[in-house]
Design a protein around this ligand. Structure first.
Ligand SMILES: [Ca+2]
Ligand SMILES: [Ca+2]
Length: 218
């Protein structure tokens, strides 16, 4: 590769590293029971009954992921949908969102689904209990500022969430207090969006590439 292209490639990689968040829409996967969504490490927790991909209900066409959970009514953690490690991602000032629904309307009760982020020094922080989402039988958008994920799950070496170095993410499913029941949660368009300034930097980076192209007469 000649030097001009190497410079442009390096600038492009730098710009994309600044921009990178994620978007999991599950649309390219074959519907299946008892399967872990592509890119995910697993679905864990004593409450987990089943997991997989379905085309029966979705926001982005035509699939969503699902997690079937046994809720025992006792409160507490029940199940986690855990993604694989990702390249360290800067989400400082950004937002996180997911589309959620369930086969039973839980919207009248306490929130039971929360975000869960991991940083590079071992900290894990998530949605505060009072901010968790209670799904209904139609999809609803659950969104939070990254800065609001202040509920410590694991403190880590530096006991705050280093939002500039997010290395893994998950969704946590908790138990409402009350009746025991089996619930299927549907998950679609799980995404993290960096702050607008980061996106602006990407645009500036792209502008820089165009400038270089002209300078180098490529
Ligand atoms: Ca989808
Ligand atoms: Ca930390």
């Amino acid at each position: 590769m000649n030097k001009k292209y190497k410079i442009i490639l390096a600038l492009g990689l730098a710009a994309s590293a600044v921009y990178a968040g994620w978007l999991d829409n599950f649309d390219s996967e074959a519907p299946a029971d008892n399967t872990v969504p592509a890119g995910y490490q697993g679905v864990y927790g004593g409450g987990t009954l089943d997991k997989g991909i379905t085309d029966a209900i979705s926001v982005s066409e035509s699939n969503s992921a699902f997690v079937a959970v046994s809720l025992d009514g006792g409160g507490g953690f029940r199940s986690i949908l855990l993604h694989n490690d990702i390249a360290a991602t800067d989400l400082t000032g950004g937002t996180i969102s997911v589309q959620l629904s369930s086969d039973i309307d839980l919207s009248g009760g306490n929130g039971i689904v929360g975000f869960h982020l991991y940083d590079a020094d071992g900290s894990e922080f998530g949605t505060e209990p009072g901010d968790r989402f209670a799904p209904s039988t139609s999809f609803g958008l659950f969104t939070q500022n990254i800065s609001d994920l202040t509920n410590a799950i694991v403190w880590g070496d530096t006991p705050t969430l280093d939002t500039a170095n997010i290395v893994k993410y998950a969704l946590d499913f908790f138990d409402p207090s009350g009746a025991s029941q089996n619930v299927v949660f549907y998950v679609d368009d799980y995404q993290a969006i960096p702050e607008p300034a980061s996106i602006l930097m990407m645009v500036v980076g792209a502008g820089g590439m165009l400038f270089l192209r002209r300078r180098l007469e490529i």
